[in-house]
Design a protein around this ligand. Structure first.
Ligand SMILES: Cc1ncc(COP(=O)(O)O)c(C=O)c1O
Length: 417
């Protein structure tokens, strides 16, 4: 089986490291692992002689909460975000008591600058620029609008660690930026996030919040360490009498691994893991992956090229290639009429396609009213979310497998004509 999700960045050395730490608490690192991850991220984001102040939290969500908390937002203040996103983005806006306002997306799945202009009001205070699925947004246009309206800019780099815009790393354009080390992200430590802040006075305010957050509990950290272990056992057994699926379902029931999105979050509530520092143990997993960042992203780009070449000329919208915006293709997304039909076809051939984002505010079952969203306000995001299907670009998918996936898609589209 070939998977788009389910611990997609895990290699044998990550499994060995997780296993070692799962078996012996004596091998857990001290705080210096977290400090080292913060240092690595600061040097990744260095611009001339300026590097941001970085803070490692339990997740991207908590990172976003921390920066929003420093801005003194009230209940009438609006934070602009794009639709075609994850509920994890509006959540922290609600947690600080402000109001999310949704901007439609373009065909490339990033924010539409024209719709941003339309949605700005005298209550607008913050703009969050999301770089979706690895592709940098139209940063120059969005920044110009933000400047005109005096908005504080936060870049959402949860999908784009290492991507560049005009040869400059994303995460270095806004007043602040945040990254995620979630299970399906560019690099994974199951849970984790880093906030980068350029202004020293704001960084000092973040530090007060950061210092007030506790460490995650040992039991929770152990549960996260189980994640790569369970999936590294289950995935190879997936086609063997459904054994892999049984292992995954059984482990889920026994709560041996955590959910990526807790039920309470579907209506904008605060998950149990939030408002903590990043665990040094998980920071060590992230650091192990950091050394592979370039290789992973190059691999993603190589597989994307295979898909691009194979699918050119077919009636599927493939992600754009613009020299100024170099995507790292966290997900290779096709926009087609009936994505679930293609998913079933690929599944029959042993390929599990990805489902980011099949709802304009993912995952399924989000209570739109509670997060102040209404389908009418973002028609393009609505339409594209119902056309989305992702092909794998992970390190666990070889070039040969990508060629096979591409020719299966070609076969499917030819038969559909
Ligand atoms: C676009 C986007 N932004 C932010 C986040 C939040 O990251 P995390 O899962 O680390 O909280 C996610 C993922 O859930 C995401 O997909």
């Amino acid at each position: 089986m070939i998977f788009t999700s389910l611990s997609p960045n895990t290699e044998p050395d990550d499994v060995i490291l997780a296993l070692k730490m799962r078996l012996s608490r004596a091998s857990w690192p001290d705080e210096s692992a977290r400090t080292e991850l913060e240092r690595m991220m600061a040097s990744h984001l260095i611009q001339g002689d300026l590097s941001p102040t970085t803070f490692a939290f339990d997740s991207g969500r908590t990172s976003l909460f921390a920066i929003l908390s420093t801005l003194g937002l009230g209940s009438s203040d609006e934070v602009l975000i794009q639709s075609y996103t994850c509920v994890a983005v509006p959540e922290p806006i609600l947690w600080v008591g402000a109001r999310p306002v949704y901007v439609d997306c373009l065909q490339d799945l990033t924010m539409d600058p024209q719709d941003l202009e339309r949605k700005i009001s005298h209550n607008s205070k913050v703009l969050i620029i999301q770089h979706t699925f690895g592709l940098p947004a139209k940063i120059d246009e969005l920044l110009a609008i933000a400047k005109k309206h005096n908005l504080f800019v936060i870049e959402d780099c949860a999908h784009t660690l290492g991507a560049e815009y005009r040869a400059q790393k994303v995460g270095t354009f806004g007043d602040a930026s945040f990254f995620s080390f979630g299970r399906d992200k560019v690099l994974s430590s199951v849970f984790g996030g880093v906030l980068a802040v350029s202004d020293n006075a704001i960084a000092e305010k973040v530090r007060v919040i950061y210092n007030s957050f506790p460490e995650p509990t040992a039991a929770w950290v152990k549960q996260q360490l189980n994640h790569p272990l369970i999936f590294s056992v289950a995935k190879p057994l997936y086609s063997l009498l459904g054994l892999g699926k049984i292992i995954i379902e059984g482990s889920k029931r026994l709560k041996l691994f955590s959910k990526a999105v807790e039920d309470v979050e579907l209506s904008g509530g605060r998950p149990s893991f939030a408002f903590k520092k990043m665990s040094p143990t998980l920071a060590l997993l992230a650091l192990n992956q950091f050394a592979k960042l370039e290789r992973y992203n190059q691999h993603r780009q190589t597989l994307a090229k295979i898909y691009d070449e194979a699918l050119a000329g077919f009636p599927v919208t493939i992600p754009p290639q613009e020299s100024a915006r170099s995507s790292i293709y966290l997900r290779y997304t096709l926009l087609i009429k009936n994505p679930s039909k293609l998913a079933v076809y690929l599944r029959k051939h042993g390929i599990m396609a990805g489902d980011w984002y099949t709802e304009s505010i993912a995952p399924k079952r989000v209570d739109y009213k509670k997060i102040h969203y209404h389908e009418d306000v973002c028609p393009t995001a609505e339409q594209l979310s119902h056309q989305s299907i992702n092909l794998p670009t992970t390190i666990q998918t070889s070039e040969e497998q990508a060629r096979r996936i591409a020719s299966l898609c070609k076969e499917y589209f030819t038969n559909e004509r």
